[in-house]
Design a protein. Structure first.
Length: 158
């Protein structure tokens, strides 16, 4: 029996030595592995927090930029509408000026043509009066009578 007890004690002692050797040889690499694993997790966690902060900053910047661009867009729209209105007014004024100029030129041309037509009609009437007077004189008076009549009209001596 003591033999059995000794065997059990030796087995237990062997197991303890084995466990101590495993502990002795594995302790440093295992501790290093666990420390590296822990450091890696902490680093990833810190990187994630930094990226989250950066994302929040970028989101705020994007929101600010969006608001600024919306404000700029409104301002540009207002300026565009104002410019459009000014341009329309300028076009209307220029159109009125051109139409006024054309109307004045038309009226001047019309007056000029009217004067020309009056002068042509007057010249035509004068020519007809002269021709008709000659015809009447030729039919009713002989050459001597015509001569006396013309001198009397002119105020000359016979």
């Amino acid at each position: 029996m003591w033999h059995e007890t000794l065997k059990t004690i030796l087995k237990t002692l062997n197991l303890l030595i084995f466990l101590y050797l495993i502990y002795y040889f594995i302790k440093k690499p295992l501790a290093e592995f666990l420390k590296n694993y822990k450091d890696e997790i902490l680093k990833k966690r810190e990187d994630a927090r930094k990226k989250e902060i950066e994302a929040e900053i970028l989101e705020k910047e994007a929101i600010n930029l969006k608001e600024k661009l919306q404000g700029d867009l409104k301002e540009i729209s207002l300026k565009f509408e104002e410019l459009k209105k000014e341009t329309k007014e300028e076009i209307e004024e220029e159109t009125k000026r051109i139409l006024s100029k054309i109307q004045k030129e038309y009226e001047d041309s019309l007056k000029e043509e009217e004067e020309k037509a009056k002068q042509e009609i007057l010249n035509f009437i004068q020519e007809k009066v002269v021709l008709e007077t000659e015809n009447i004189l030729n039919k009713t008076m002989d050459f001597e009578e015509q001569k006396k009549y013309l001198l009397k009209i002119i105020g000359g001596e016979i």
